[in-house]
Design a protein around this ligand. Structure first.
Ligand code: PLP
Length: 363
């Protein structure tokens, strides 16, 4: 039986060569390769600044510190996301205010956001979940009217567009992850922040490297730690970034084929792309009330699947009082979502096999 993986990482000889070049160079951190990767990612996003970091989680944490989040502040976040959107808020002594999602795009619901703004709201983190952008216009309007910062969690959405603007550049700061399953990776942990704000960029540069600037090694201007991205990871990132536009096209083709073939299948809701959006399909997520049975059937037939996410963030044991909140769309998704295999190497035949396996399932 053929095994079809949920996601697959791509490694070729050029990537292997780029790693060997770094090993031979003798320079492993804070070198030319990182600077080039940052420049290329910055241009890819059409941003003014890009700062390489050790993970997407670090990107969110340093962004929150840079905009001044601290004790007693409130930060609005969706609960239907990976936990790393919310945990950095708690580490800073601030409070995550969980809001519900829109059931079509699985991204933050601007109406619920408006209801939950208080005079303690200092930031919002919309998440471009699964690769579909959040609806940024109402979020930016609310942020401007109420004077809070917008940090885009773009960890699943490299290259996605919201009204022709690259995600990550619409708010104050955009955060990216290069974890191995992402649309592009550094074959390990890595992340990036992009911004058009010089002051925020300068702070994040210092925060990632013990509070100092490149030019004066022994002066620690602010409190910082080590959240640097290594030269080897940067070298892999540069190679992966070259492929990213082509990979996005392939993911979109796979998604279109799934959606076409699943069109008439009873009780399966397929993902949509809003007319103002360009989805990059980090995940292809369907919804069905009989999710667990279908998942078992697919796994038995060699089809890798995932659930993103089975327990909403606000319900996690580490989340304290937030556990008692009611977020109906979030809870529904936790019960019904199922991620099907998607990656650029997936063939038409494999997509057909997945769909035929779904169709053959007897409830
Ligand atoms: C939505 C979201 N936010 C944050 C993160 C954290 O990124 P990382 O795993 O690189 O720390 C991830 C990735 O795992 C993610 O999917």
């Amino acid at each position: 039986m053929e095994k079809i993986n949920l996601s697959e990482m791509y490694v070729d000889d050029e990537i292997r060569r780029s790693v060997l070049e770094v090993l031979d160079s003798g320079r492993f951190v804070k070198g030319e390769v990182l600077r080039k990767f940052e420049g290329e990612f910055r241009d890819f996003c059409s941003a003014k600044y890009a700062i390489g970091l050790s993970s997407g989680t670090a990107a969110i944490l340093l962004s929150l510190i840079a905009v001044g989040i601290g004790k007693g502040d409130e930060v609005i976040v969706p609960s239907h996301t990976f936990i790393a959107t919310a945990t950095p808020i708690l580490f800073l002594g601030a409070k995550p205010i969980f809001v519900d999602i829109d059931l079509e795009t699985y991204t933050i619901d601007p109406i619920d956001v408006e209801d939950k703004i208080t005079d303690r709201t200092k930031a919002i983190i919309p998440v471009h979940l699964y690769g579909h952008p959040s609806d940024m216009d109402p979020i930016i309007d609310l942020a401007q009217d109420n004077g809070f910062h917008v940090i885009e969690d773009s960890c699943q959405a490299h290259g996605a567009l919201c009204k022709n603007e690259k995600v990550g550049t619409i708010g104050d700061i955009g955060c990216f992850s290069f974890y191995p399953s992402k649309n592009m990776t550094v074959c390990g942990d890595g992340g990036m922040v992009v911004t058009n704000d010089e002051e925020l960029a300068d702070k994040i540069y210092m925060l990632r490297d013990h509070g100092r600037r490149e030019e004066d090694k022994h002066i620690h201007r602010i409190l910082g730690l080590n959240f640097r991205l290594s030269e080897i990871h940067s070298a892999i990132g540069r190679q992966q970034l070259k492929h990213l536009p082509g990979w996005i096209e392939k993911r979109r083709k796979v998604a279109d084929l799934y959606t076409k073939l699943l069109e008439d299948v009873d009780q399966i809701t397929t993902p949509i792309e809003k007319e103002w959006a360009r989805h990059v399909y980090h995940l292809y997520v369907i919804r069905t009330p009989q999710r667990d049975g279908l998942r078992e059937h697919l796994e038995k037939s060699g089809v890798g699947t995932g659930i993103h996410y089975p327990l909403p963030v606000h319900r996690q044991p580490c989340m304290g009082d937030s556990r008692y909140l009611a977020l109906p769309n979030t809870e529904k998704c936790a019960r019904e979502v199922l991620s099907l295999p998607i990656h650029p190497q997936l063939t038409e035949g494999q997509v057909e096999y997945v769909v035929n396996t779904i169709k053959a399932w007897r409830r």
